[in-house]
Design a protein around this ligand. Structure first.
Ligand SMILES: [Zn+2]
Ligand SMILES: [Zn+2]
Ligand SMILES: [Zn+2]
Length: 144
């Protein structure tokens, strides 16, 4: 059993070719993906609606989480084991958006600092996106 099948089964989802294919795209990518990125990679077999529904299912099951971006295009990234095994989201990490390559990356080891809200406010969700230059781009720019 490969990784995508294991994830689908542990999330009590039936293993379909479409789900496997889309999950494999996430497993192969080391950055967050926009709906369009996924579409480009599997438009030969799956239409927009199928991809959209699959992403919604993955979001509900704690397999992927979404990341708001400044350009209004939502991106999706694979969750860690904690979300996947519990079926609930526990994502509390900072996201990094590279100004050079436009990739959005999960910084799993960097937690969002706690925010103290004024009395009367309650928090549902907190997101933090840091922009700058990623380590891959930094390497390219430094002459060896
Ligand atoms: Zn999650
Ligand atoms: Zn970059
Ligand atoms: Zn993330």
């Amino acid at each position: 059993m490969n990784k995508s099948e294991t994830i689908l089964k542990s999330s009590s989802l039936s293993v379909t070719a479409g789900r496997k294919r889309i999950l494999d795209i996430f497993l192969d990518a080391n950055n967050a993906l926009a709906h369009q990125d996924i579409e480009v990679k599997c438009s030969d077999k799956y239409d927009r609606v199928t991809i959209y529904r699959t992403l919604q299912t993955f979001l509900e099951k704690g397999i992927i989480h979404n990341i708001p971006t400044t350009d209004n295009s939502v991106r999706y990234a694979l969750c860690n084991e904690v979300c996947i095994s519990s079926g609930h989201h526990h994502d509390n990490h900072v996201h990094f958006r590279c100004d050079n390559c436009s990739k959005t990356i999960c910084l799993d080891d960097v937690s969002i600092p706690s925010v103290k809200l004024p009395t009367g406010y309650s928090m549902n969700e907190i997101n933090m996106v840091v922009s700058g230059i990623c380590k891959t781009c930094k390497k390219v720019k430094v002459p060896v």
